[in-house]
Unconditional design. Structure first.
Length: 209
């Protein structure tokens, strides 16, 4: 039993890194959030990892059922909502650059922005169809749904731990880079980042094939 739990924890950690390490739209936004302040970035990173945990736990417990649900007609709606959210954030971010680079380092100590960062990134990750499909397909393929509650908990906690470490590293990297970049360079990186997010939104709305 112990060997099974250890192997499950290793699989969960690998799954957590697998979904976290590819730098997608949420990763780009997380780097930018870290540039606004380490506290905001840490809160955002925790939110992303927490949603990864929820998705992993649900997928392990009811993975095969979710495959049928998302594969039916739900995926189109999830993609549409995710595309709309990402497009709104990208457009808002690009428009905000007209008044200068957002995010003053002095705001890092304020509790309000950190709470808003947590909520915003939790919602962003919740509507990300890639995360849901990733864990659903992975756990369904492994047949983990029939392995019991203990295995489900160990797997989900390992996913959370691995994802949290990576997301916090991204936030810290964004905070470190934000203190070293000139205003003009930060403006360019913000524009490129939000442009990439907008591309992700278009790709979600009109998937290839």
């Amino acid at each position: 039993m112990v060997d099974s739990l250890v192997s499950t924890a290793a699989a969960g950690a690998a799954a957590g890194l697998g979904v976290a390490m590819p730098l997608g739209a949420v990763g780009v936004l997380l780097l930018q959030e870290g540039g606004r302040g380490l506290r905001q970035g840490a809160a955002a990173a925790t939110a992303v990892a927490l949603v990864d945990f929820v998705y992993a736990a649900v997928a392990v417990l009811v993975g095969p059922r979710l495959v049928g649900l998302i594969g039916g007609g739900g995926e189109a709606w999830v993609r549409a909502v995710a595309a709309a959210v990402l497009a709104a954030i990208a457009v808002r971010g690009l428009l905000s650059l007209r008044g200068g680079v957002p995010g003053a380092p002095a705001a890092a100590a304020e509790p309000g922005p950190a709470r808003r960062s947590f909520v915003r990134f939790a919602l962003l990750t919740l509507v990300n169809p890639t995360t849901a499909l990733y864990f659903t397909a992975l756990t369904a393929a492994r047949g983990a749904a029939a392995a019991g509650a203990a295995v489900a908990v160990v797997f989900a906690v390992a996913v959370f731990a691995a994802s949290l470490v990576w997301q916090q590293l991204l936030a810290a990297a964004g905070a470190l880079a934000g203190t070293r970049l000139t205003v003009r360079t930060r403006r360019v990186t913000y524009a490129l980042g939000y442009g990439l997010v907008l591309c992700f939104a278009v790709r979600l709305a009109w998937p290839a094939g």
